[in-house]
Design a protein around this ligand. Structure first.
Ligand code: SAM
Ligand code: SF4
Length: 385
């Protein structure tokens, strides 16, 4: 018999390489000038999966996500072997979602049919902008024509397709974004991820920003971009279901829902994180970030885990709120009580309701309002205090 934890069960596979490093990105991604030995990486993924499978027998996998980095640099055979390994260890839901993040270059688009044959049924394309000048400024290797072509090939190849755009870019106007967003909704089948540009410490964009050489929209203008994004996508039939994610109802990314509904997930590959309910405790796992060090660890001891911590009831409650309040469906206060062992203070809840930071959906569910989304960490801190 298999069991499904509250929120579901998924597997995240991190591919840590990119063809070039984008100047705004602080994901765990590395550029290698020598070809990556994919056979050796597959063997390491197989071993790390086996390690986590021994912890989580009798689970049914509802989603698998190849993230990065740039997973579309993986050979189709690499993806196939990892999927075969997963199927050897766990039962797979008949309706499993298997997503892969792809960069929209022509070389990568050529591999799409191979990924589909391997079992991938959803692709998320890193389009980022529908404007050549901005794509260059973002340091991207593709242009708009290439992105449109990749979208078309992906649409013909996969049952489900999403793409990412970054907005509130240096010099971008709200009107310019509106036109781009209208085009994006037309191109998108049923899902879009729309991220406001974040200036991440340690990136070249951060240094330019500090030096006054990169001007990004101030918080008020950022809020205007955000409002427009929410209103327009809702009008056009792709409403937000999470802070940055938009879908036609029913087309939400099931993998991301596992995170936000505080389900369980195995995270394998350099820098991956996991959350696993084992017995009465939920554990937080983290994997070595550096790709070759990870390889060496796995080859030596069967996994690259550098952290494996039991989460206290309080931490679980906090995490549930932090993840769940990102969702338009909000959180269930009874589940919060079950996880944290305490209830939300009614006075604090009333305060937040009165200030318009959260709203009640019914007796047990609350969600953040649009104003609440802007100060989500503070809302969570208040509710969990
Ligand atoms: C891990 S990346 C993987 C996708 C793929 N490598 C690509 O870039 O096309 C996931 C997404 O995060 C977004 N992203 C990365 N850095 C960001 C930043 N500093 N601000 C906003 N969005 C960012 C991009 O839209 C990107 O597509
Ligand atoms: S944004 Fe994507 S392609 Fe660019 S460095 Fe980050 S992970 Fe790689």
């Amino acid at each position: 018999m298999t069991t499904t934890p509250d929120g579901g069960f998924g597997i995240y596979v991190h591919w840590p390489f990119c063809a070039a490093k984008c100047p705004y990105c602080d994901f765990n991604s590395h550029v290698r000038h020598q070809p990556v030995d994919q056979d050796r990486f597959v063997a390491a993924f197989e071993r790390e999966l086996a390690h986590f499978a021994a912890w989580t027998p009798n689970r049914t996998v509802q989603s698998i996500f190849f993230g990065g980095g740039t997973p579309s640099l993986m050979l189709p055979r690499t993806v196939e072997r990892i999927l075969e390994a997963i199927a050897r260890h766990w039962a797979i839901d008949t309706d499993v979602e298997i997503s892969l993040e792809a960069n929209p270059s022509s070389v990568e688009a050529e591999r799409f049919r191979g990924y589909r044959a391997a079992g991938v049924n959803r692709v998320s394309l890193g389009v980022q902008a529908l404007n050549d000048q901005d794509l260059r400024q973002l340091g991207r290797l593709h242009d708009v024509a290439g992105a449109l072509q990749a979208i078309e090939i992906a649409r013909e190849t996969f049952p489900r397709l999403s793409f990412d755009l970054i907005y509130a870019r240096p010099g971008q106007t709200v009107t310019g974004w509106e036109a781009e967003l209208r085009q994006a909704v037309k191109l998108a089948a049923d899902h879009l991820s729309l991220y406001q540009l974040t200036i991440e410490e340690g990136t070249p964009f951060f240094n330019l920003y500090q030096a006054g050489k990169l001007i990004v929209p101030d918080p008020d203008l950022g809020a205007e971009f955000y409002e427009l994004t929410q209103d327009l996508t809702a009008d056009l039939g792709l409403p937000a279901y999470e802070v940055s994610n938009h879908a036609r109802p029913g087309a939400e990314c099931r993998h991301n829902l596992v995170y936000w509904r505080y389900g369980d997930y195995v995270g394998v590959g350099p820098g991956a994180h996991g959350r696993l309910s084992l017995g009465a405790t939920k554990r937080a796992t983290a994997i070595e970030r550096h790709p070759e060090t990870w390889l060496a660890h796995v080859e030596e001891r069967g996994h690259g885990m550098v952290e494996d911590l039991p989460l206290s009831d309080e931490e679980q409650g906090d995490e549930y709120l932090l993840m769940g309040l990102r969702l338009i469906e909000g959180v269930d206060m009874r589940r919060y009580e079950r996880l944290s062992g305490r209830s939300i203070d009614p006075r604090r809840l009333n305060d937040l309701l009165e200030h318009g930071m959260v709203e009640k959906l019914d007796e047990t569910r609350v969600r953040a309002t649009r104003d609440g989304f802007f100060v989500l960490d503070a809302v969570v801190a208040d509710l969990a205090a």
